[in-house]
Structures are given as structure tokens and as C-alpha cells.
Design a binder for this molecule. Sequence first.
Ligand code: HEC
Length: 181
Amino acid sequence: MSNSGNSTVSPYFLTKSEFSVLFVFFSSLDEQPTTQCSGDHHDRPREARDMNLTKTLTLAATIAMIAIAPAMAGDAEKGEKVFKKCAACHSIEAGKNKVGPSLAGVIGKNCGHVEDFKYGKGYQAACEKGFTIDEAFLTEYLQDPSAKLSEIAGSKERSKMSFKLKKDDQIADVIEYLKAN
Ligand code: HEC
């Protein structure tokens, strides 16, 4: 609704179509030995064996990615529950600030975008260097807001957000929830 379509896509969130592209790519590897060893068909050339090894390795890598991707992708429904922890200080409604700024459509926005919210000094110092509130930023910021702002600012800063979300899965889930709002 209020999300202006700025959300970013993480490398971990492979869509079905991306998997299809990978699949086509790996299938095409099958054809390479025949095109490459057109010269000598009598003794099985070493390239063919190397190609088999490459295929096995890439297949293993693909299987690993397929297994890992869903585990890393967040779940917006679970994220809604996690957001209860945030709701003491944040509203998902546009224009409604609490102790913290409104988080309506926050993903993909530039720092300091809530104009009527008074961000803290540490936040402002980091924002002068510039950052976007995307998935990569939030994954670290939610774990330790002051540490992330300090890293960006290049000096020791404190965030006004005195809350840390430590669990990786809850972080991924709440980010999915924010993307959807
Ligand atoms: C104790 C209150 C509190 C809690 C709980 C809290 N926050 Fe915050 N949050 C703040 C404050 C205050 C700021 C402004 C930071 C500053 O100015 O240093 C902030 C800033 C943010 C920002 C940056 C927003 C912007 O406009 O740049 C995001 C994103 C955010 N919080 C997400 C969350 C999420 C997600 C949770 C729950 C997992 C959460 N916060 C829990 C108080 C809180």
C-alpha cells in the first residue's frame, strides 16, 4: 500500500524463475564435451573427464543452494509476530511515529527519510556518510544498532534504538514483514 516498490531483493531469495535459469545453464553443460572434443573420439579425452568433474561439482553446489535458500529466506507471517517486539516503539502506519519513526514502506528508503522524526546524533552522523535501509543494512542494524551506526559513521556512536534482535531467523522474518508493509 504505502510501499513505493523500492524494496531490494537479497541474493538468498532465489525465485523459481531464477532456479529455472540455473537449471537451463547446468543442462547446457551437458553439451560441451561433444562440441569441445570433436577431434578425437577414440580414447576418451581428459577434457571429458574434467567436464564430468565440473558437472558433479556444479550439481553439488546447486543442490546446496536449493537446500540453503529456503532456510535463509524470511517468512512474513512469522515476522508479523516478531514485530510485536518492535511495536512498543514503532508503528507500521505511515506518518505515525512513536519512540521510533514509522516503519511504513521503510525497506529501500534512504536514511533520515521520516521528516517529522528527530533522529539521534549517532544516526545523523551515519546518515551524513549515507546509507539505505535495505536488507543488508537491517540484518546488521537489528543485531546491534549502535555498532552498525558506528561502523558507517567511522566513529563511536550510539543509536537511540535501545533494542537488539539477536536471532538470525527472527531478523530475516521481520525484514520480510517490513517488505510487505
Ligand atoms: C525501545 C524502542 C525500540 C524498539 C523496541 C525497536 N526500535 Fe527501531 N528504532 C527506535 C528508535 C528510537 C529509532 C531511531 C534511531 C535513532 O535515531 O538513533 C529506531 C530506528 C529504527 C529503524 C530505522 C528507521 C529509519 O527511518 O531510518 C528501523 C528500520 C528500525 N528501528 C527497525 C526496528 C525493528 C524491526 C524493531 C523490532 C525488531 C525495532 N526497530 C525495535 C526504537 C526502537
